[in-house]
Ligand binder design. Structure first.
Ligand code: ADP
Ligand code: MG
Length: 317
């Protein structure tokens, strides 16, 4: 875990960068906590995160943006390419700091202290990703302040055990809001975070992919999908996202949205159901709208029918 190696930024991430630009990662590709490598199109935000991984200087990193915009996968796919093990945690309203630090568990008749993801990440130099951090109680998170600054973790429950931060330990959080509470009303359970806590974060916004980038993702993952169909699917996706984000005149009109993951699923299913009467509609239902309420389902299907035209009513994709 300690043997570091350098990676060329341009070739490792497939982005335009000076040939001489490198970033440190790990030589060992076999650690079980290295995320699985998947297709990911890296955008402008890459350099900010790489700079943070190079030298956190006592900061943590917060990625904000709408659900499904690629926040978690950005961090995981960087880690996958740098062989950096990850402790990936999803926060929730009842989560406590001790869930992150560790707890006593019963093992073979005696109790034993088992380190949580924070303690392990600090000790081993992993990335700690706190997903949906704005769902967690701010008073619980306040306990992370010293740790982010680089101070040791003292585990009172375990006889005052002291864990010093490994040089490659980093804290990265993701959330739909930027910590100021949810001003849009789109998300449930978002809590306003403590200012002293937020003051320790570098913040970066992550938005849905631009259409010309997203078509590349579709072409790569579903290569036999005709480009014309893919392009129209992306128009539909962006219209759904716009209505979800409330950018229309009437504020937020949808409570579900279409992530790139769902878009890819829709495209795949449309090909799978090629022989069915309305493959694109049927696929959209399975990929997304079966989990929408009936009104929204109708609205989304009407929108898709408008955009897709003849393709919607039966022509095979
Ligand atoms: N830049 C990208 N390149 C490829 N796939 C992407 C990209 N951004 C998002 N995705 C896909 O969208 C899906 C949702 O991303 P995720 O990271 O879970 O979103 P978030 O954490 O913002 O809710 C993932 O399946 C991911 O593969
Ligand atoms: Mg996420």
């Amino acid at each position: 875990m300690t043997i570091q190696t350098t990676f060329n930024v341009a070739t490792t991430f497939g982005v335009p960068a000076p040939k001489s630009l490198t970033v440190d990662g790990f030589a060992d590709e076999t650690h079980p906590l290295i995320p699985k490598r998947m297709l990911y199109v890296f955008r402008a935000g890459l350099s900010a995160l790489l700079a943070f991984l190079r030298d956190a200087a006592g900061d943590a990193f917060l990625l904000t943006g709408p659900t499904g915009s690629g926040k978690t996968s950005l961090v995981c796919q960087i880690a996958a390419r740098l062989n950096w093990p990850v402790q990936n945690v999803t926060c929730h309203g009842r989560m406590e700091l001790t869930d992150l630090i560790g707890q006593f568990v019963l093992r073979g008749g005696s109790t034993e202290f088992v380190h949580g993801p924070l303690a392990v990440a600090m000790q081993q130099g992993h990335l700690l990703i706190l997903n949906e951090i704005d769902l967690m109680d701010p008073s619980e998170l306040a306990g992370l302040n010293e740790v982010i600054e680089g101070q040791p973790l003292v585990i009172a429950q375990n006889g005052g055990e002291v864990i010093r931060p490994h040089p490659t330990f980093r804290v990265i959080a993701t959330g739909n809001s930027a910590g100021a509470g949810d001003t849009t009303g789109l998300y449930q359970g978002i809590l306003r975070q403590n200012l002293a806590f937020l003051d320790r974060f570098r913040v970066m916004r992550c938005d849905y992919l631009e259409a010309d980038v997203e078509i590349g993702v579709l072409e790569h993952t579903v290569p036999s999908l005709p480009r014309e169909v893919g392009e129209k699917m992306i128009v539909v996706a962006n219209e759904i996202r716009r209505l979800f984000l409330g950018e229309g005149e009437a504020g937020s009109e949808l409570t579900i949205t279409m992530s790139t993951r769902t878009l890819v699923r829709w495209a795949r299913l449309a090909l799978t159901f090629r022989g069915a009467p309305q493959p694109i509609a049927y696929a959209l239902e399975q990929a997304l709208t079966a989990r929408a309420d009936p009104e929204q389902r109708v609205a989304i299907h009407r929108l898709a029918a408008d955009v897709m035209g003849d393709l919607w009513t039966g022509a095979k994709p």
